[in-house]
Write a protein of this length. Structure first.
Ligand SMILES: C[S@@+](CC[C@H](N)C(=O)[O-])C[C@H]1O[C@@H](n2cnc3c(N)ncnc32)[C@H](O)[C@@H]1O
Length: 329
């Protein structure tokens, strides 16, 4: 970390924007990115269902024992005829997209990408459907806030709360601050590690993190959960939006491999942590790990993973309440 940044945005504040919005792709860039998008859609909507079909056929032959663990499913998946192409396309379509975006952005000075992001529906749905309204949140902390798209919906949902976003990345925080100013959202952004925030004990009612914990090595996930317990007042809520196993072994193998092919080295680690146990040991109760259907209703209270024919990342809400005593269990 080379510099420490602390920014505060209030509706009354205006300032010149430090960064210009990145240009929308045009011409050859647009054509190239549309082509990559088409490849990704082919991968998710055509190739993945084909792979599922091949898997079902491979495990349902007469006399074939049904694999019952991930370790049994993996060799079956690896033998499927469509699997090498599926893996190759996943890896390479992603690389093609990022290389082109990098090439578009690098020649520009002091430009950060904003993107379209579906008007942040994903993040709004999380706040609207996964944060219980049965308690008061007067101070909210977003761990690993990025450029603030996970933080801003909390201001809209809880306008009188003090909302803070922290991240390791200085450029992310500067963009977060600039956008919060433009949108007149009252948020404090600060450069701090999620595992050692240096905020006082019991200073928040809600500690959240979206797409953060799968980025962290296993010991850091533990420290982050313990830090959340330290920061929360008794009865406060911790809520992460991230990935968990679905129980569908075929899909869970595909998800492990997705981590390997997308440079997400810690994603498989997250799948190996017993998060419920970790939360319980860190002083949480009412622990829930529930599917999150970002294209549907958001939080799926029934716990049933929505059936999808196309490839779909298994988003999960992991939430729990700080025990009343505030003591570790
Ligand atoms: C995938 S991004 C998610 C950003 C944001 N929460 C969102 O949903 O758009 C993960 C973020 O976590 C941040 N991060 C990674 N490790 C961190 C740590 N130990 N402490 C704080 N932030 C961290 C990264 O800099 C990055 O901005």
């Amino acid at each position: 970390m080379t510099e420490t940044i602390q920014t505060q945005t209030s509706p009354a504040t205006t300032s010149a924007h430090a960064f210009a919005k990145s240009p929308d792709p045009v011409g050859e860039d647009r054509a190239y990115l549309d082509f990559v998008l088409g490849l990704k859609q082919h991968w998710a909507r055509t190739l993945y269902p084909k792979l599922c079909e091949q898997y079902d056929a491979a495990v349902s032959g007469p006399g074939t024992p049904t694999p019952s663990t991930i370790d049994e499913v993996r060799p079956v998946v690896e033998q499927l005829p469509a699997y090498p192409y599926f893996g190759w396309l996943e890896r390479n379509a992603q690389k093609m997209m990022w290389r082109r975006l990098e090439a578009m952005i690098q020649p520009q000075e002091r430009v950060l990408a904003e993107g379209q992001n579906d008007e942040y529906l994903f993040h709004r749905r999380f706040v609207e459907t996964a944060i219980p309204r049965d308690r008061v949140y007067s101070a909210i902390l977003d761990l690993g806030c990025g450029f603030g798209k996970s933080t801003r919906p909390f201001v809209d949902a809880f306008p009188v709360a003090e909302v803070v976003g922290i991240d390791l990345s200085a450029p992310n925080l500067l963009l977060a601050h600039q956008q919060a100013e433009r949108l007149q959202k009252r948020i404090t952004f600060s450069q701090r590690p999620a595992e050692d925030t240096r905020y006082p004990d019991r200073s928040f009612d809600l500690v959240t993190g979206t797409m953060l914990i799968h980025e962290l090595p296993m010991p850091v996930v533990r420290t982050v959960v313990q830090e959340a317990a330290r920061l929360l007042r008794p009865g406060g809520l911790v809520a992460f939006l991230d990935f968990q196993r679905t129980g569908d072994l075929f899909r869970d193998v595909a998800m492990d491999d997705h981590g390997a092919r997308n440079n997400e080295p810690y994603m498989p680690h997250l799948f190996r942590i017993d998060l419920s146990r970790l939360l319980e040991r860190s002083g949480f109760e009412r622990i829930e790990i529930l599917p999150f259907d970002e294209r549907g209703a958001g939080l799926v209270e029934s716990g049933e993973w929505p059936a999808r024919s196309e490839w779909h990342v298994p988003w999960s809400v992991i939430r729990a309440t700080r025990t009343d005593t505030g003591k570790e269990g």
